[in-house]
Design a protein around this ligand. Structure first.
Ligand SMILES: [Zn+2]
Ligand SMILES: [Zn+2]
Length: 290
């Protein structure tokens, strides 16, 4: 348990450091930092409980993500335990929702609320609005809760599957596990581009010349937008589908920051790109300004 505590402390210190270095994004670190810490703690505590799905190499090569082969989220997943963790983190990061989260936590403990039927893969906002009214909480806070609950459980599935998928080639711009598009690209050693899934945080390598969203290829590699004064941080922009992907060059960095933290510190690029009329490949709570 000591190593878990140390690990959490290091992540908390990293959040504080980056929040200070990036004052323009301090509100993002304040709001989403507790969610990241809570997620990290929850995953660490469950690292010995691993469940995997059998992978069909042919389907995988054909670009069929696991979510189209299996139902990834199941009724007997730890919805209650995960739900309490997410509600607690949202209550800390979003003071305006803390009363809603307190109320929701009570319902979860009493087993009168179950997150599974409203999991984010069920895209039914009306159903969630009705559920929020029944609970006497804001639909927007339940929406945020369900989104992060789904993310947490899918991230666990992705972590459990990572070793098995590592040796299988995946040539698509969407996530091999949950099918979502990436919210961030990281350039690592040998200039390889790694995409990070916006939903389950899985990472996979992908050609630097191709648009992950529409497969359009630009051999000239002219589709990177550099912001004046910043050499490491850019955005891949696609002239065809008008989507962008924030890209951070971490190849020379010994210190590896958590990808979500990199994304928060680069949120000013999201603003610039959206003002230019581009849209993010994955719309997340922290990168959408409309
Ligand atoms: Zn994913
Ligand atoms: Zn494109």
């Amino acid at each position: 348990m000591t190593s878990i505590t140390t690990d959490i402390k290091e992540l908390a210190a990293e959040i504080d450091r980056l929040a200070t270095e990036n004052p323009h994004a301090s509100s993002l670190f304040q709001a989403f930092g507790p969610l990241l810490l809570g997620q990290h703690r929850w995953l660490q505590n469950r690292q010995d409980t691993i469940s995997t799905f059998p992978v069909d190499p042919l389907k995988f090569q054909g670009g069929i993500p696991l979510c189209q082969q299996y139902q990834l989220l199941l009724a007997d997943d730890p919805w209650q335990e995960a739900g309490l963790s997410v509600a607690n983190a949202i209550g800390q990061g979003f003071p305006q929702f803390s009363e809603d989260m307190r109320r929701l936590s009570k319902e979860i403990k009493d087993e009168t609320y179950d997150g599974f039927p409203l999991s984010d893969t069920v895209d039914d906002r009306d159903q969630r609005t009705v559920a929020a009214q029944k609970l006497g909480i804001e639909p927007v806070s339940l929406q945020l809760f369900q989104r992060y609950l789904t993310r947490l459980l899918l991230t666990k599935k992705a972590q459990d599957m990572a070793a098995e998928l590592a040796s299988l080639p995946w040539k698509k711009g969407y996530c091999p596990i949950c099918g979502s598009f990436p919210h961030l690209a990281i350039i690592r050693e040998k200039g390889q581009r790694w995409l990070q899934c916006a939903t389950c945080s899985h990472q996979w390598s992908f050609s630097r010349l191709t648009c992950p969203h529409c497969d359009h290829e630009d051999p000239q590699e002219t589709n990177y937008l550099f912001v004046e004064g910043e050499k490491e941080d850019t955005a891949f922009i696609c002239g065809k589908c008008r989507k962008y992907l924030i890209t951070s060059n971490q190849s020379g960095n010994l210190r590896q920051s958590h990808a979500d933290l990199i994304a928060f510190s680069l949120a000013h690029l999201d603003l610039i790109l959206q003002e230019k009329g581009f849209l993010p490949m994955a719309e997340c709570e922290w990168n959408t300004f409309r």
